[in-house]
Design a protein around this ligand. Structure first.
Ligand code: NDP
Length: 318
């Protein structure tokens, strides 16, 4: 269906506000407990109308937070281009109702200034992201990974200056170790640019962020926490119960490989499925509610290749 020029957001989109939103740490920002990630399913290889339907469904149900990064696609940059197209086609009137994040840290362009944590890379990358997304500013800009070879002060000062320039309203960290997080929290606080949020991988079969103390540190210090890959890229759903569907992420064999499904993991997944059934939940709903039960978690950042998947995920909350 070509819905161009027809999109009008649902009048009921905030009907579930009282259960849907959570405060992000000790900030003024409320985020939906289920947020939408653009890592997969929004690239130039994906059908635009499907990406569009997913975002319409999301926003129509109060999912105000879309999460991107410079290199999401494929190809690199194309998820941001899709967001830019969506802004032009549908979401421009709703810009102030949206909380859009992007990141820089991983490989984006060739040469010494196209990845990691230098001021040179972060500044240039954000300018490129804003151009692709047709935005004047992002709500949240992340350092996407810790750079062991760049002084933390350089990366963090770039974040401070980005906020001061008005190109991002808030800053966050993703995939930083606990020591780096501690240092960053203090550095940013002293410059009146508080660390809004930490983004890390957390799900029922990957609890490293709890064991390493990162989640506790965020909870104790008023920093929001958003869990990425909360469904372990689809493992914590019923997607692979009867084999590997041709249109699944595992079939693409890039970020989720079939050898991940060991006999041991299959047993664990079966236990989780049974636990979910006892509680009257789907596997995905169980996996998401488990994360949201952890103290300090603000939101789960889900991916979805269809509206049905997003509906299933959102029904954890509403
Ligand atoms: P998930 O763990 O939610 O996996 C999403 C995938 O699981 C979907 O693409 C779909 O796979 C499958 N799926 C989702 N819901 C259902 C359902 N209800 N039933 C059956 N299958 C389902 O998250 P992602 O790994 O996609 O990550 C989410 C977001 O987190 C990213 O988009 C990105 O914004 C962020 N992220 C950040 C990282 C970082 O370094 N900061 C790293 C990774 C992600 P299928 O395609 O097979 O249908």
């Amino acid at each position: 269906m070509d819905t161009k020029d027809l999109y009008k957001a649902s009048d009921n989109r905030y009907d579930h506000s009282s259960v849907l939103y959570a405060r992000c740490g000790k900030s003024g920002v409320l985020l939906p407990k289920v947020s939408l990630g653009f890592w997969h399913n929004f690239g130039s290889v994906d059908p635009y109308e499907r990406s569009r339907e997913i975002t319409h469904y999301a926003f129509d149900h109060g999912i105000t937070h879309f999460d991107l990064a410079n290199n999401y696609g494929p190809v690199f940059g194309s998820a941001e281009q899709t967001l830019g197209r969506l802004m032009n086609d549908d979401f421009r009137p709703y810009r102030d109702e949206l909380f859009i994040s992007t990141k820089a840290g991983y490989n984006m362009w060739p040469g010494p200034y196209g990845e990691w944590g230098s001021r040179k890379y972060l500044m240039a990358s954000l300018d490129q992201s804003l151009e692709r997304m047709h935005l004047d500013y992002v709500d949240l800009f992340y350092s996407h990974r810790f750079d062991p070879d760049t002084p933390m002060e350089e990366t963090l000062q770039a974040l401070v200056d980005i906020v001061r320039s008005g190109k991002a309203l808030y800053v966050g960290l993703s995939n930083w170790p606990l020591d780096g997080l501690r240092f960053a929290h203090q550095y940013l606080k002293e410059r009146d640019v508080p660390l809004l949020i930490y983004q890390g991988r957390l799900n029922m079969i990957d609890r490293v962020q709890i064991e390493s103390g990162i989640l506790d540190y965020c909870a104790d210090n008023g920093i929001g926490y958003i869990a990425y890959s909360p469904l372990a890229q689809g493992l914590l759903t019923d997607r692979y119960i009867n084999g590997i569907p041709a249109d699944s992420r595992m079939a693409k064999q890039q970020f989720l490989k079939p050898d991940r499904l060991t006999e041991e993991l299959k047993l664990t997944l079966e236990q989780i499925r049974q636990e979910a059934a006892q509680k009257g939940q789907t596997t995905a709903q169980r996996a998401l509610s488990w994360i949201l039960e952890q103290q300090g978690v603000t939101s789960v950042l889900v991916g979805a290749s269809s509206v049905n998947q997003l509906r299933d995920n959102l029904s954890t909350i509403i």
